[in-house]
Ligand binder design. Structure first.
Ligand code: MRU
Length: 342
């Protein structure tokens, strides 16, 4: 198969403003937001109009750059950096990108602070685009021969640079294996799999089937899945991985079925400051996301709800961590540190 294109470029920088595809409106409406500063960028990230670990890092980088372009100075820089870092807690890419832009701004003179911030944001976006291609190459080697691949949430072009992380691996496999079929978990509560991954795969013409999250383990047990590949929001120093809630259950099922469970992400998602997965803050989101289904109530009024947006998969369940710098197989303290040093 010919090289598959990027399904969409969800963040477009015009030199002054950031145009962001509103992911809460997909797949039925393609609505573009025009972001102008830190506050509206942080709001878009908080309500998941802009989402996915590398993608929120890129957006936040531009958010900070736009803010200091409008209000140059150290005070606005620090305030905007705090605001953006606090928009969501789990994906480390957010704080990582904000810190990079902040440091680039601080390293320049007051007269060039805003230009330095804008240039750094553009460098981050370009680096995440390039990382996606390298992740696709490494991941397709790790999973060569897999024909039925299951994925969770959306780790595609909407969530990352380039063609994504886990979904870039899937596309590279599809280029090698014309019969590839992707099993897309719907990903309750916000249906990033059903709404976004299915949309992306449809746009690039890769065969896929949608399933409810609870169907995945049974299909793995019946031998109907060759491998699982997912993205990640934060990887601890020991290789434990935080990703969209439901990921851990897929990892347990994959281990029980004896199939590979592969995590793909750029090294910007590795957080060496967090020793293991227990130290990763898991975002708890609004009860309505669970008690309602796309705005329609599904539980009796007043039902108490838990809504952790992520879970942590221990490193020992991960067959390989695929990054743009290479593969840690399995991920462990030494192999993860080696990726950061590479
Ligand atoms: O809450 P979301 O939609 O931002 O969660 C996204 C995920 O969990 C993705 O799997 C993760 O960010 C990896 S995308 C490269």
């Amino acid at each position: 198969m010919a090289v598959l294109p990027r399904a969409v470029t969800p963040l477009r920088w015009d030199g002054r403003r950031l145009h962001a595809l509103d992911q809460t409106r997909l797949p039925h409406e393609e609505v573009w937001l025009e972001l102008e500063g830190a506050q509206d960028t942080a709001d878009a990230i908080r309500r998941l109009a802009v989402r996915g670990a590398p993608n929120i890092g890129i957006a936040a980088a531009y958010g900070l750059a736009m803010e200091v372009s409008g209000r140059p100075g150290l005070g606005p820089l620090e305030d905007a950096a705090d605001l953006l870092r606090g928009a969501r807690p789990t994906a480390v890419n957010l704080a990582w990108a904000v810190d990079r832009v902040r440091e680039a701004a601080l390293a320049s003179s007051p007269a060039t602070l805003a230009a330095a911030a804008r240039a750094e944001a553009q460098r981050i976006q370009a680096a995440e685009d390039a990382a996606s291609d390298a992740i696709a190459r490494h991941g397709a080697e790790v999973l060569a021969g897999a024909r039925r691949v299951l994925t969770h949430c959306n780790a595609g072009a909407l969530a990352c640079g380039g063609r994504g992380t886990a979904l870039a691996v899937v596309l590279a496999l599809a280029e090698q294996e014309p019969d590839l079929e992707v099993l897309v978990c719907e990903t309750r509560p916000l249906l990033q799999g059903a709404r976004l991954t299915a949309w992306e795969l449809g746009r690039v013409g890769v065969a896929h089937q949608l399933l409810v999250d609870g169907a995945a383990a049974g299909l793995m047990r019946r031998g109907e899945v060759d491998a699982v590949v997912v993205g990640c929001d934060r990887v601890a120093a020991n290789g434990d991985v935080a990703n969209k809630v439901g990921t851990y259950a897929h990892a347990l099922a994959a281990r029980a079925a004896g199939i590979p469970f592969v995590v793909a992400g750029p090294t910007s998602t590795i957080d060496p400051a967090i020793d293991d997965g227990d130290g990763i803050e898991v975002e708890e989101r609004d009860a309505d996301e669970v008690a309602e289904l796309l705005g329609t109530p599904v539980a009796p009024e007043g039902t108490r709800v838990r809504n952790p947006a992520f879970d942590v998969t221990p490193a020992e369940l991960v067959t390989a961590l695929v990054t743009e710098r290479g593969v840690a197989a399995p991920p462990a303290r030494a192999s993860v540190a080696a990726l950061l040093d590479a």
